[in-house]
Design a protein around this ligand. Structure first.
Ligand code: PBG
Ligand code: ZN
Length: 329
């Protein structure tokens, strides 16, 4: 039994910064961070996303510059999203070898070699004319199985273009198995899958859809993304993705779902990623800009909480800001 007050005084270990640092349980490191980036057509384009100050749509040449800066800061990985030249109902821009993400991957690989881990987000919503994550049927429904083939084709094309990791974010049933099989058949059996296993249908994705120009033109994503009311179902999603061959799992959005992250940490042994999404970023930025919060302090605290809850990797638009404040560990 631990002693009680007045013998026990928990404040003793909080009395100065050196002691606090010695007993600190959780530490952020640059190696924890993943920077999401948006690649778009053109030359010399660096267009700020209105709802995400500090986040840009970057043409391939500017993407390479940005990736060099990210690598120089000691951040190990980027997560790439694409804004295609044109969209259609078959998401051609997602799987085409000349697709914008494929071009970006090749250029960054050529410029930086193995200095950065390149993660490709695999979904169709940025590439479909209707903005849905899958192939849409006659009654406007998002068709599961016809979508799998397109996702698998996209993943293979991304891996061939240089993606180190494939990160499916579509939430179709069976996508991990379909992607795993397609990668293996293409001789890419060493390419890991980082599955967005627990992805909630969240209102916090709003600014991303601004950045990726991908809001659905009708309906919503609730027939495939999870109901935020459900926790047990998250464990089912995680287990089924592992059975299908996922190598790492993700929880998204991070902040509102730290309970899920902690539960998964106890339940599975693979590395876990948490995605602090666009809306979480926008809220901090907006309040910071008004002087209502201390942006830097809040950013640090939120990232620390995500790590404390069990994340090995933190995908965040604040990655560069955080890395600037971190020493190499
Ligand atoms: C694509 C995708 C989305 C995000 C990551 N991948 C958008 C969505 O599902 O609507 C959101 C990321 C963010 O908000 O930062 N399916
Ligand atoms: Zn999508």
């Amino acid at each position: 039994m631990p002693a009680a007050f007045p013998i026990r005084r928990l404040r003793r270990l909080r009395m100065n910064p050196a002691i606090r640092s010695m007993v600190r349980e959780t530490r952020l490191a640059r190696e924890d961070l993943v920077q999401p980036l948006f690649v778009c057509p053109g030359q010399g384009v660096r267009r700020e996303v209105p709802s995400m100050p500090g986040v840009f749509n970057l043409s391939v040449d500017r993407l390479v510059e940005e990736c060099r800066e990210v690598a120089d800061l000691g951040i190990p990985a980027v997560l790439l999203f694409g804004i295609p030249e044109s969209k259609d109902d078959q998401a051609t821009g997602a799987w085409h070898d000349q697709g914008i993400v494929q071009q970006g991957l090749r250029a960054v690989r050529a410029a930086l070699g193995d200095r950065l881990v390149l993660i490709a987000d695999t979904c169709l919503c940025e590439y479909t004319s209707h903005g849905h994550c899958g192939i849409v049927g006659e009654r406007g429904e998002i068709q599961n199985d016809p979508t799998l083939a397109v996702l698998a084709r996209t993943a293979v094309s991304q891996a061939r273009a240089g993606a180190d990791l494939i990160a499916p974010s579509d939430m179709m049933d069976g996508r991990v198995a379909a992607i795993r099989r397609a990668l293996d058949d293409a001789g890419l059996s060493n390419t890991p899958i980082l599955s967005y296993a627990v992805k909630y249908a969240s209102a916090c994705y709003g600014p991303f859809r601004d950045a990726a120009q991908s809001p659905p033109s009708f309906g919503d994503r609730k027939s495939h993304q999870m109901d935020p009311a459900n926790a047990r179902e998250a464990l089912e999603e995680a287990r089924s993705d592992l059975e299908e061959g996922a190598d790492l799992l993700m929880v998204k959005p991070a902040g509102p779902n730290l309970d899920i992250l902690a539960a998964l940490r106890r339940d599975v042994n693979v590395p876990l990623a948490a995605y602090q999404v666009s809306g979480e970023y926008a809220m901090v930025k907006a309040a910071g800009a008004r002087g209502w919060i201390d942006e830097a302090a809040v950013t640090w605290e939120l990232a620390l909480a995500i790590k404390r809850a069990g994340a090995d990797l933190i995908i965040t638009y604040f990655a560069k800001d955080l890395a600037r404040r971190l020493g190499r560990s």
